[in-house]
Every structure is written in C-alpha cells, then in structure tokens.
Design a protein around this ligand. Structure first.
Ligand code: PLP
Length: 253
C-alpha cells in the first residue's frame, strides 16, 4: 500500500486545544494524511484569554522544517501562528528552497480572545512569506490589518483589499467570510488575471474556535492528496461545515 502523503505543519500550540497544532493534527488525521511538525511557539490559553506566549528561536523553527523535509516527502506545508517577523522571514527562506512544495499561509495575528500571536507590524512580518505561499487565507479583520486599512464592509471592498495583497506579491488570496454577516458564508478566491471564485455555504448557527486552522490544514491535506487549488478549497470548506456541526457551540446569531 502506498504511504499516505505528509503535510508539514508550521504552527504554535494552544493548551486549550481549541486552535493551533492540536486542531491542525486532528484535521490532518481526519483526512488520512500524515503530519510532520515544526513548532513555532508554545502558548498557554483558555478559550477566553491568551495567558502566556513563548516563541521558539527562528533558527530552531528552520531546523525542525529542514529535518521534517529530510525525513519524508512533504506534499504540502500549512503555516499558522509564527509569533515573530524573524520566524516568518526564516520560514520564507526554507520555502524558497523548496518551491515545488505548496504552502498554505493562515495569517494568524491574534486569538479570538484578543491576545496577540504575532509581534510587531503584520505587514512587515508577513510580506515576504506571502509571496512564497501558494495561498494566503485571511479573514476580513486579518485582511484589513495586512493592508493597514479599516475592515472591509462589503465583498467588493474585501476583493479590492485582496487585490492589494496580490500587488504586494501574494499569489492567491482566499478571503474568508466567517466574520462577515448574512445568511451564507462566502469565501472569495482572488488570483491575478482570473475571475473571483466564490465558495458559498449556509452560515451554520454554531461557533467553534480554530476554524481558520482547520480550513488551512484541510486545504493543505487536499493538495497533498492531489487536488487542485479550487477543488481543495471547496472540499476543505465542506470539512469545516462538518466540524462546526459536530463540535460547535450554539451561536447567538
Ligand atoms: N492560538 C494558536 C496557537 C493558533 O494557531 C491560532 C490560530 O488561528 C489561534 C490561537 C487563534 O484561534 P482562535 O481565533 O480560534 O482563537
């Protein structure tokens, strides 16, 4: 039997289990994909607060990535919390040496409880890495911070902000609609020279931490399993809906 493909997770731990590495690994296992791991930070979190953050030295993150890449053929990389601009730059350097391996970048800036998970200015920290990733997956608040602008209030504004990321070097931007209002949750895939693709699902009356981690890991898993980018996104969105229905708490919306 052929060995299952491996996804390399580059991310931080969350002691509550709500997000971060625990979410990434559970998502990969559900896809029958093997996980390799480069830990960028250890965080102490409840669902309501970030209590402590200890970032790993950038050189140690690089060592973990290189060892993982040497140990097994890696089909895709999932990048979540980085903690520092230095680590982001170091990760971009490793990806530059492995251009055939697609990377999905979930630009984790803060926990939903509000605690910061990336030191310094997000734009400076993530610009180089965005240019090396096959896809970056901001929600609207993250997109606004990456653009240094107020949060988009319409899909057209969100698309215009995504285009600004493309102009700064991003290769593809998936603007997630989970934080927008409306009866449906629309994710918008914006790529240079292509029509915007819309991935739409009913907005479920549940809330769950770590849905950003889950979506990005599921996309990476699907790419490692051989799906194209659009197909991977569609399947990953379906996976998030399933997890929301299984594990989510009722939301007040
Ligand atoms: N903590 C860690 C370590 C994460 O990687 C992430 C990822 O998004 C979060 C927290 C944020 O999750 P949430 O927005 O669900 O709090």
């Amino acid at each position: 039997m052929a060995l299952a493909p491996t996804v390399l997770v580059v991310a931080g731990s969350d002691s509550s289990g709500g997000a971060g590495v625990a979410r990434d690994l559970s998502t990969l296992f559900r896809h029958g994909v093997r996980a390799a791991l480069a830990v960028t930070a250890v965080t102490a979190q409840t669902h309501a607060a970030v209590r402590a953050v200890e970032t790993m030295p950038a050189a140690l993150v690089v060592e973990q990535m290189l060892a993982a890449l040497a140990a097994s053929p890696v089909g895709a990389v999932k990048i979540g919390m980085l903690g520092s601009g230095q680590t982001a730059m170091a990760v971009a350097g490793v990806l530059g040496d492995h251009p055939a391996c697609p990377a999905i970048l979930d630009p984790v800036l803060s926990a939903s409880s509000g605690g910061s998970l990336l030191a310094g200015d997000a734009r400076t920290a993530l610009d180089g890495l965005m240019a090396r990733a096959a896809l970056v997956t901001p929600n609207r608040p993250e997109l606004a911070r990456l653009c240094g602008e107020p949060e988009a209030t319409s899909q057209d504004e969100a698309i215009a902000q995504a285009v600004r990321l493309l102009e700064r070097g991003a290769r593809a931007v998936l603007v997630k609609g989970g934080h927008a209002g409306g009866a449906r949750s629309d994710d918008l895939l914006v790529m240079p020279g292509a029509a915007v693709q819309r991935f739409s699902s009913p907005r479920l009356p549940f809330t769950l931490r770590g849905t950003g981690c889950t979506l990005a890991s599921a996309i990476a898993a699907q790419l490692a399993l051989g799906a194209g980018l659009s197909e991977a996104i569609a399947l990953a969105k379906q996976h998030v809906s399933e997890r929301l229905a299984e594990e989510g708490l009722p939301s007040d919306r």
